[in-house]
Design a protein around this ligand. Structure first.
Ligand code: BG6
Length: 486
């Protein structure tokens, strides 16, 4: 069913995110019939374009960022007619009067102000919106991650935006929460009886969370070099995944329950400060190498040879200090320019406490549940079986596998499709509350400080490799290994 009529205003409307994700997502919702006739999309940025120029640019970008099966000239034309463009600046200069006029045509409509620009502009844009009288009770604001670069800057931004928008109007997006595979984690845990009774420290040895990318930093070096993998991925996406794996069952998903439970996990994380960062974290940067047999430059070459202490890879050991997870480490790793694009959660169970086959103790490898998030969403449970044949028992590793595309062949919507519609509908469940974002920073910031103070040195890894050796050492020094069965 279509959502309500809406003016969807994208600040940073000509930027990378808008072109690669936001406009394609709106287009895909449009062809599914979810955008009503009076749904407008208004791009805003400093680019010197008019609405026709914007439509041309968007048409070209859609042709590369929408899957071929969903492209149709008629549908693209219809979508382009929804688009408008205003050239304006965050601080109120440029053609703001044009935006005021456009919005004045439909004062009662829901307004979504999507801030897809540098976080330091979130406050100034909010103030300008208020000064121009554009914010009403039907307005919502969407803040892209990372909000700020540390706890204080996140608080400042939240305060500044909070002077204009009530908390219920603020949608802090983490697109990982919109991924089908990530929402499926909740279903897997809470709609199946076979897992939850084992989902705790008495049966689980440790958990691994990996988000590996083959992409380099490319066009985004300006943003990325001031951020790095810890701020860009761990503070938000990886911690959110950790929260969904570790949280207690919420009372219900229809209220704020999920957000409360995630917050409790963030607050239970053991701080990684000072010296601890040397044993619990690894940071690294990629050097020149090859991805898919194609030579690619190193990170610093992408910055035109500039020196940089920005990490493109992080591995770390996190501990959730609560009753359920006592003594169960969560190993997290993420990086750019690795050998494969692969995101997975691996739950490694404890060994069977007693072997009834004398001498086979060392062959009793523990069960492992591999939850593959992308690409090719699926689940695989590694178990032991008897090697067929006469004679004594020999144990043989086998696995039970489920590939979602085989059993559920519907097109998997992009994360942004779901989330953008949730904003228009006013459903905040999959967005981060202020206290959650700040708790995530509270845990992340000491690691940044410890690195800055020189507690963990920067490692290097060749582009296209599996990451730095130090990341293997991090987990192997605990007598464990990263999952390598894919
Ligand atoms: C973004 C990060 O939030 O997530 C990017 O800023 C990263 O650096 C991207 O590439 C990964 O998202 P996905 O959906 O491709 O896994």
């Amino acid at each position: 069913t279509p959502v309500a009529a809406c003016d969807f205003i994208v600040f940073g409307g000509t930027g990378d995110l808008a072109m690669r994700k936001l406009l394609p997502a709106l287009y895909l919702r449009d062809i599914d019939g979810q955008l009503p006739a009076d749904f407008r999309v208004i791009g805003v940025s400093r680019a010197g374009l008019d609405s026709d120029g914007y439509r041309d640019k968007v048409a070209a970008e859609l042709s590369t960022h929408v899957p071929p099966a969903q492209q149709s000239a008629a549908a693209v034309d219809a979508f382009l007619r929804r688009l408008h463009f205003v050239s304006a600046d965050a601080d109120g200069s440029g053609n703001w009067p044009a935006l005021v006029d456009l919005l004045a045509e439909a004062p009662q409509r829901i307004r979504v102000f999507y801030l897809s620009c540098a976080p330091r502009l979130y406050g100034p844009i909010s103030r300008t919106l208020a000064r121009r009288g554009l914010v009403s009770e039907h307005s919502r604001v969407v803040l892209e991650k990372p909000i700020g670069t540390d706890l204080q800057s996140a608080r400042d931004i939240n305060d500044q935006v909070g002077q204009v928008f009530a908390e219920s109007q603020v949608f802090r997006i983490d697109h990982y929460l919109g991924k089908e595979a990530v929402q499926n984690l909740l279903v897997l845990r809470f709609a199946n009886m076979v897992l939850e009774p084992l989902w705790n420290a008495s049966a689980i040895d440790h958990v691994q969370i990996t988000v590996a990318e083959t992409l380099g930093v490319g066009q985004r070096a300006d943003y990325y070099d001031g951020s790095g993998a810890l701020r860009d991925m761990v503070q938000n996406h990886l911690l959110q995944l950790l929260c969904l794996v570790a949280m207690e069952p919420p009372v219900s998903v229809t209220d704020d329950g999920v957000r409360y439970e995630k917050l409790k996990v963030l607050r239970a994380l053991r701080p990684v400060t000072g010296q601890l960062s040397a044993t619990h974290t690894v940071r690294a940067q990629y050097e020149a190498g090859a991805v898919d047999d194609r030579p690619v430059p190193g990170y610093r070459d992408e910055l035109d040879g500039a020196e940089s202490a920005t990490e493109t890879f992080v591995a770390l050991k996190a501990e959730v200090h609560n009753l359920r997870w006592r003594g169960v480490p969560f190993y997290l790793r993420t990086g750019k320019r690795l050998d494969a694009r692969r995101s997975e959660i691996v739950v490694v169970f404890k060994p069977v406490p007693h072997s009834i086959w004398p001498g086979l103790e060392s062959a009793m490898t523990p069960n492992r549940l591999v939850i593959r998030l992308q690409p090719d969403e699926g689940i695989r449970l590694h178990m032991l079986a008897k090697q067929p044949g006469p004679g004594g028992v020999r144990l043989r590793p086998v696995s039970l596998g489920l590939n979602f595309a085989d059993q559920l062949p519907d097109r998997t919507p992009e994360a942004y499709e779901r989330l953008l519609m949730d904003v228009v509908r006013g459903n905040p469940t999959l967005f981060m509350r202020r206290d959650e974002v700040e708790a995530a920073w509270q845990w992340t910031e000491p690691i940044l400080h410890a690195w800055h103070a020189g507690h963990a040195r920067m490692h290097r890894y060749p582009a296209g490799s599996g990451g730095p050796d130090a990341a293997r050492a991090l987990i192997e020094s605990d007598g464990r290994r990263w999952n390598e069965d894919h």
